[in-house]
Design a protein around this ligand. Structure first.
Ligand SMILES: Cc1cc2nc3c(=O)[nH]c(=O)nc-3n(C[C@H](O)[C@H](O)[C@H](O)COP(=O)(O)OP(=O)(O)OC[C@H]3O[C@@H](n4cnc5c(N)ncnc54)[C@H](O)[C@@H]3O)c2cc1C
Ligand code: SF4
Ligand code: SF4
Length: 425
């Protein structure tokens, strides 16, 4: 960032809505809460962003790296940015000069930090789980290719499989979809995601933006040796408030037939990656379709074990759903050997049984989790709906505190060493 010489001009930080894939990485990364979003756009608060650049390299598309010199009093508001379908053009230098009476080329400043510290009603700082999420991968992760097929030039995949992978009824269906890329290179790693571009246009007549789906298959394909990936997609038939809605992309994907062609962008994600070194441990905590990356990692470790050429560490899985019938892959999970993976289920709506959430089961397994927290070879992965994230990280904090450990230093180490990965949506 250049020196501040003109307090009336800001270098306003903006996100390009045409190529942003709404992956939430920037919002999770920004240390001071300058980024927010609605169903349509991700946007930056001009009065909060201090230009620290922490969000720039984690963004998988580069859409975050946009800056406009603006008179401070005319900075684009959040409300304006949320309506955009494309970025506004730069103000011509002479117009800026005329508005401000400054010489073109003057250095400009990002908005000054004006950081509202979130506080609870009691005045206590609010626990911010996102601050512990790593933005770098484990040191031994394989190299991830990203954005090979960017939002403006999707590639085409063919559906080669689509079936319901829950025992639940239509309302709670989750589908296992297999996409084949034919001869088009599409290298992926467990933990990455792809974007599916639904056909047609939105209510404003604009092409739909791509929705992200985590890859559920290991790096060598759902079917080893084939150029294919699998996804775990839940039909969205009600919004987060429980109101009826028909999710555009999820219903499109769940209704696909074998042989259909699909527009795909990606792959995306360069930090939610599994460790590759022998004896490394993996702790997986997920709900619902958050199981997709966990399935990919588990299956890769299962294939390595079968090869007899790799000595894996411990695998622990904490898996939550409302009922057993809604839990994707419940059947196949039961067949995995107990000495391969330590599986812990939590069901919150089983009739006649008390509600249990993943964080409850994590607390029950505190003695094992504390060993994992202390071990630099153990990596933690959290994936599922946004609402689970805080409870899970709080459970980790409590497990550490109850064992007399200092969470602040453990939490900081988990982030620094790429050992705690959060992907919630
Ligand atoms: C990195 C990343 C990975 C993801 N991985 C997966 C995955 O593996 N499997 C998967 O099924 N989804 C995954 N998602 C969510 C997915 O991208 C879509 O947001 C979801 O499928 C809804 O899209 P839609 O077009 O059907 O709904 P939209 O038409 O976009 O939304 C319709 C309404 O439903 C609400 N809504 C959106 N998502 C949900 C939801 N999940 N539950 C309840 N209400 C919702 C919206 O707020 C909106 O009001 C992931 C998201 C991200 C950011
Ligand atoms: S530049 Fe820094 S303050 Fe601004 S949005 Fe990015 S991470 Fe947040
Ligand atoms: S694509 Fe970049 S700008 Fe868009 S939500 Fe993801 S990180 Fe943020």
């Amino acid at each position: 960032m250049e020196m501040v010489v003109e307090a009336n001009v800001i270098n306003q930080h903006l996100i390009d809505p045409e190529i942003c894939i709404r992956c939430n990485t920037c919002e999770a990364t920004c240390p001071i809460g300058a980024i927010t979003h609605d169903d349509r756009n991700y946007v930056v608060r001009a009065d909060v962003c201090n230009g620290c650049m922490a969000c720039i390299s984690p963004c998988p598309t580069g859409s975050i790296d946009n800056w406009r010199k603006m008179p401070r009093v005319r900075a684009y508001s959040i409300e304006e940015q949320l309506t955009w379908d494309e970025l506004p053009a730069e103000l011509p230098a002479d117009q800026l000069e005329a508005e401000l009476g400054t010489a073109p080329g003057d250095a400009v400043a990002p908005a000054p930090p004006n950081v509202p510290q979130p506080a609870s009603e009691a005045g206590e700082p609010v626990f911010n789980s996102a601050q512990y999420g790593a933005t770098t991968p484990p040191w031994s992760a394989a190299h991830a290719y990203t954005n090979l097929h960017p939002p403006k030039s999707p590639t085409t995949a063919t559906v080669v499989g689509n079936f319901n992978c829950t025992e639940a009824g239509y309302e709670n269906q989750t589908h296992h979809i297999v996409l084949d890329f034919g001869t088009m290179p599409f290298p992926v790693l467990e933990g990455q995601s792809i974007g599916i571009v639904p056909p047609g246009v939105d209510a404003n007549g604009k092409p739909h933006f791509a929705r992200q789906y985590s890859i559920a298959s290991p790096r060598n394909g759902e079917r080893p040796g084939y150029n294919n990936v699998s996804l775990t997609v839940k039909r969205v038939l009600e919004d987060h408030q429980g109101r009826p809605v028909r999710g555009v992309a999820s219903n499109y994907v769940c209704d696909l037939k074998v042989g259909d062609k699909v527009q795909v962008v990606g792959p995306f994600g360069a930090s939610f990656l599994m460790p590759n070194h022998p004896k490394s441990h993996i702790v997986m905590i997920c709900t619902g379709t958050g199981s997709a990356p966990m399935r990919a990692m588990t299956e890769w470790r299962r294939r390595l074990r079968k090869s007899g050429k790799f000595e894996g560490g411990k695998l622990m899985l904490f898996f939550g759903a409302r009922t057993q019938q809604e839990l994707p892959y419940f059947g196949p999970l039961q067949t995995l050997p107990k000495d391969f993976i330590d599986i812990n289920f939590a069901f919150s709506r089983t009739p006649g049984a008390p509600k249990r959430y993943v964080q409850d089961v994590m607390r029950e397994r505190a003695a094992d989790l504390i060993e994992m927290l202390k071990d630099s070879h153990a990596h933690f992965y959290v994936c599922g709906l946004k609402s689970m994230e805080e409870g899970v990280v709080l459970a980790l904090r409590d497990v550490a505190a109850d064992a007399g450990l200092d969470w602040d230093s453990i939490g900081a180490a988990l982030k620094r060493e790429g050992r705690l990965h959060l992907e919630t949506y």
